[in-house]
Design a binder for this molecule. Structure first.
Ligand SMILES: O=C(O)CCC(=O)C(=O)O
Length: 204
C-alpha cells in the first residue's frame, strides 16, 4: 500500500483515532490515543477496503501535527489562521452518516475521498434518533437499507474529492465519507464569519 507519509516528521506524538466506540461499529481503536508513527505503520498494513478503519484526527492534539504546518497554504479570504483538523487513513477509512453543527470546508490534500451528501430536507428518511447521527450509518450498505427502508429514497449527491479539491459542507447537511486511497484531508470551521450552530441544538 502506498502511504506517502513516513511519520518521521511527527514521530511518536500521540494523536486521536476518531469517533466514539458506540458510533463507529467495527472500528476497534476508535476514541483512543495512539502514537502517530504506529498509526502510519498500521495504515501501511491495511490492504483491504473492507476493514473500515476509523480516520485519525487531531481534534485534541493540534500541536502534534504542527511540524506539517509549513506544508500548508492559507485561505485568508475565507478562514482565520487557526489550525484545521486533519483526517488521515488508508483506503476504506470510513466516517459514518452524520451532520455537523457548523459550516465546514473539507480540503483534500493527499489521495481521494468519496463524499455522499444529503440535504437537511431528507432528515425524516435518515433515522436521526440520536444527536447528529443517522442509524443508517452507511447509505450504500444493502443490509442497512433493508433495515432502514425509508433511506432508499433519500436524495443524495455523490462527490469524489481528489488532491487539491475543496468542498463546502453546509451546516446541517448529512454526509458520509470513504477514503478511496490512503488519504489526508483537513477540515476547517474557522470562517471569518460567525459559524456556530451547537448552542441551540439538543446535546443528545
Ligand atoms: O473526512 C472524514 O473522514 C470526515 C470529515 C467529516 O465528516 C467532518 O468533518 O464532519
Amino acid at each position: 500500500v502506498d502511504t506517502p507519509i513516513s511519520g518521521r516528521a511527527i514521530g511518536a506524538a500521540p494523536v486521536k483515532v476518531a469517533g466514539e466506540p458506540r458510533w463507529r461499529g467495527g472500528a476497534g481503536r476508535a476514541g483512543q490515543l495512539m502514537p502517530f508513527d504506529q498509526f502510519i505503520a498500521a495504515s501501511r498494513r491495511t490492504r483491504s477496503a473492507t476493514t473500515s478503519p476509523s480516520p485519525l484526527t487531531t481534534r485534541h492534539q493540534p500541536q502534534a501535527l504542527a511540524p506539517l504546518d509549513a506544508d500548508l497554504g492559507t485561505l485568508d479570504e475565507y478562514l482565520t489562521r487557526d489550525p484545521g483538523m486533519m483526517w488521515m487513513g488508508p483506503a476504506g477509512t470510513f466516517t459514518p452518516l452524520h451532520f455537523d453543527l457548523t459550516n465546514n470546508l473539507i480540503v483534500q490534500v493527499v489521495g481521494a475521498k468519496r463524499v455522499i451528501m444529503s440535504p437537511p430536507s431528507q432528515t425524516p428518511k435518515l433515522y436521526n434518533h440520536r444527536h447528529v447521527f443517522s442509524a443508517v450509518h452507511d447509505i450504500t450498505d444493502e443490509a442497512r437499507l433493508n433495515h432502514y427502508p425509508r433511506a432508499r429514497s433519500a436524495q443524495t449527491i455523490e462527490v469524489d474529492l481528489e488532491a487539491g479539491d475543496i468542498l463546502f459542507m453546509p451546516i446541517g447537511w448529512w454526509h458520509q465519507v470513504t477514503a478511496l486511497d490512503f488519504s489526508v484531508s483537513l477540515t476547517y470551521t474557522n470562517f471569518r464569519w460567525p459559524n456556530e450552530g451547537s448552542a441551540s441544538f439538543p446535546t443528545d
